[in-house]
Structure formats: structure tokens, C-alpha cells
Design a protein around this ligand. Structure first.
Ligand code: ADP
Ligand code: F6P
Length: 323
């Protein structure tokens, strides 16, 4: 292979820049030309593709977001549209592609592989919902951002004797809520993978915190949990006179997606990026670079995108006994 391309797709997250840098520099070391595709799969359709030299990826190691840009491009699910993308790469002599992104993006990577275009995936999603890898790029930074927010909210919650509902991202996955709630010492963690508890049980958690003399009651709620943060807030506010605590809600939102990547994410991104280039140049395709038990391994893309990664039951059980 003499020319390869790299793109970032789907929701952004911290660590994408170090990942692009590692892909680029590792491939350049082998004398291979590297191209950056702007705006995810959309850039393949628009032919928005530029050569990347070592200096083009300088100074981005500590920057959040992705300097290539990212996008969602629903029409990429259509095989005719993907044929156009492959034609654009063929016209430039690009022989292989590295896709950095979440479940949807990796499904797109697998679709290109199944059409015969050599493609390797790197798991990058703050949600940590990609099956087959212990960690995805971006998760660690996001967890640290959330825990920092929980610590800050706890200060003000204790000062006012308040209960706080803190809603975190994760789409349909409770990983961020579970792990930030554990590390942040939440009194209650609500995740979509576990049904309930009902609103009366939540009342009891708040009341218990008050009766045990706690100055606050912190509840971390995954955005995918039903019936949702608003339902809990309305219920608790309606009963605040009986519960001891007044109630406030903080939806952390996109603050969780930005920011300087942590050392863990920079290192993971660098390891995965370099390995992805090596894989592609060695003739591998249809694989995702996965972190398994501390080591990098290849995991079939087709398996990775079949289902969401299940939540670790041991961690769920641990959270139950820490309130
Ligand atoms: P993420 O990669 O963060 O999970 P999305 O689910 O929005 O984000 O997917 C990102 C993009 O990946 C989509 O906009 C689309 O371009 C592409 N994609 C998603 N699913 C498929 C699929 N089944 N086949 C081909 N491309 C897909
Ligand atoms: O998949 C990452 C993620 O941040 C989810 O946690 C969240 O549900 C979604 O993306 C938000 O997407 P958008 O930025 O398009 O609103």
C-alpha cells in the first residue's frame, strides 16, 4: 500500500486528534502517503480529502475535538452512495482507510470492508458502548470531566442541604453514569440496563440520606434511563417538604464531549492509531483495534457492531453497596 486515508465520524470526543496524529506519523514512517478526509463519510462523498504531512498533525496532541471535523451522514448506509466514496478514493490511488468513531461509524467501516475496500476501525466514543474493547478513545477524559462536575456540585449541594439530579450522556448505555457515579460517590445511580427503581424507592433514598445526616444526596442519571430525569425531578419537587432536601437538576450535556484529553486517552489513542496503520499496511481489513486486558488485539468489525457492549454486572453490584 502506498496511500491510505483517515477520517473521524459520528459524535466527537477527546482523543481524536492524538489518534489522527498517530495514524499519520506511523504510516509516514513506512514511506506511505496519508490523506485526511474532512467531515467524516460526508468528506468521502464530497471529495474533501487533503494530504497530511507530519507537520500537519503537530500541536494537536492536547486539543479536544477533531481537526479533520466530523459529521453524521445517514445516506452512507446506501450501497450506491458508498460506491461513490470508494470511487473517489480509487481516483486518488488511496488503497486503504482508517475510520475513527463509534458504533455507527464502525458499521460504515465494516460495510466498506465487505465491499472489498481495505478498512480498519478504531473505537472512539465517549459512551464506551462498543463491544469487544474494554475502553474506547475519549471515555477516560469524559469520565474525569463528569467526576469533576459531581465534586463541584457536591460542594454546593452540601452547603445548601440539597438533593441533585445530575444527568450524563451515554445514549442507550449506562457506562458513564455507573462509573462516574461510583467515582463521584453518588447516593443513587440510574442506568437503562437495570429497570427501576420506582419513584417511591427514589424518595426513600433521598429520605435515608437525610436521616443518616448526609448534607447532600447526589443522584447520577444516564440520559437513556426511563422514565427520565424530568419525571424524577417533578416527583421529588412535589414531595420536597417530606424529604428533607430541596432538589436541583443539572444536565451536563456537551461539556462532557470537549476538553483536553487525559494522559490515558492520549496514550490509548496513540497506541490504537499506530496499530491501525500497521494493520492496514500489513494487509488486514475488517478489524477494529481493541483494548482487551491491557493489550491491543484485533476484533472483527462485524462482531463489534452486532450489539452494544453490556454493562459490567460486578461494577453494578459494587455501586449498590457504596451508597
Ligand atoms: P457513532 O459512530 O458515534 O455511533 P452514528 O451512529 O451517528 O455515530 O454513525 C455515524 C455515521 O456512520 C452515520 O452518520 C453514517 O454515516 C455511518 N453509518 C452508521 N450506520 C451505518 C451502516 N449501517 N452502514 C453504513 N454506514 C453507517
Ligand atoms: O454518542 C456520543 C453522544 O455524545 C451520546 O452520549 C449522546 O446521546 C449523543 O452523542 C449526542 O449527540 P449530538 O451531539 O448529535 O446531540
Amino acid at each position: 500500500m502506498k496511500k491510505i486515508a483517515v477520517l473521524t465520524s459520528g459524535g466527537d470526543g477527546p482523543g481524536l486528534n492524538p489518534c489522527i496524529r498517530a495514524v499519520t506519523r506511523r504510516a509516514l514512517k513506512e514511506g506511505v502517503e496519508v490523506f485526511g478526509v474532512r467531515w467524516g463519510y460526508q468528506g468521502l462523498l464530497d471529495n474533501d480529502i487533503t494530504p497530511l504531512e507530519s507537520r500537519d498533525v503537530s500541536g494537536i496532541l492536547g486539543k479536544g475535538g477533531t481537526f479533520l471535523g466530523t459529521a453524521r451522514c445517514p445516506e452512507f448506509k446506501d450501497i450506491k452512495v458508498r460506491r461513490k466514496a470508494i470511487r473517489h478514493m480509487n481516483q486518488r490511488g488511496i488503497e486503504g482507510l482508517i475510520v475513527i468513531g463509534g458504533n455507527g461509524s464502525l458499521a460504515g467501516a465494516n460495510a466498506l470492508h465487505e465491499m472489498g475496500f481495505p478498512t480498519v476501525g478504531i473505537p472512539a466514543s465517549i459512551d464506551n458502548d462498543i463491544d469487544g474493547t474494554d475502553m474506547a478513545v475519549g471515555v477516560d477524559t469524559t469520565l474525569n470531566t463528569i467526576v469533576d462536575a459531581i465534586d463541584r456540585i457536591k460542594d454546593t449541594a452540601s452547603s445548601h442541604q440539597r438533593a441533585f439530579l445530575i444527568e450524563v450522556m451515554g445514549r442507550d448505555c449506562g457506562y458513564l453514569a455507573l462509573h462516574s457515579g461510583l467515582a463521584g460517590g453518588a447516593e443513587l445511580i440510574l442506568v437503562p440496563e437495570r429497570e427501576g427503581p420506582d419513584l417511591e424507592t427514589i424518595d426513600q433514598v433521598v429520605l435515608d440520606a437525610y436521616l443518616h445526616g448526609k448534607g447532600h444526596c447526589i443522584m447520577v442519571i444516564a440520559e437513556g434511563w426511563k422514565p427520565g430525569t424530568r419525571a424524577v425531578a417533578e416527583h421529588l419537587l412535589a414531595h420536597r417538604d417530606d424529604l428533607g432536601f430541596d432538589v436541583r437538576v443539572t444536565v451536563l450535556g456537551h461539556v462532557q464531549r470537549g476538553g483536553r484529553p487525559t494522559v490515558f486517552d492520549r496514550t490509548l489513542a496513540t497506541r490504537m492509531g499506530a496499530r491501525a496503520s500497521e494493520a492496514l499496511l500489513n494487509g488486514d481489513s475488517g478489524v477494529m483495534i481493541a483494548l482487551r486486558g491491557g493489550k491491543l488485539e484485533y476484533f472483527p468489525l462485524v462482531e463489534a457492531v452486532k450489539q452494544l457492549k453490556p454493562l459490567d454486572k460486578v461494577m453494578l453490584a459494587l455501586a449498590e453497596v457504596m451508597d
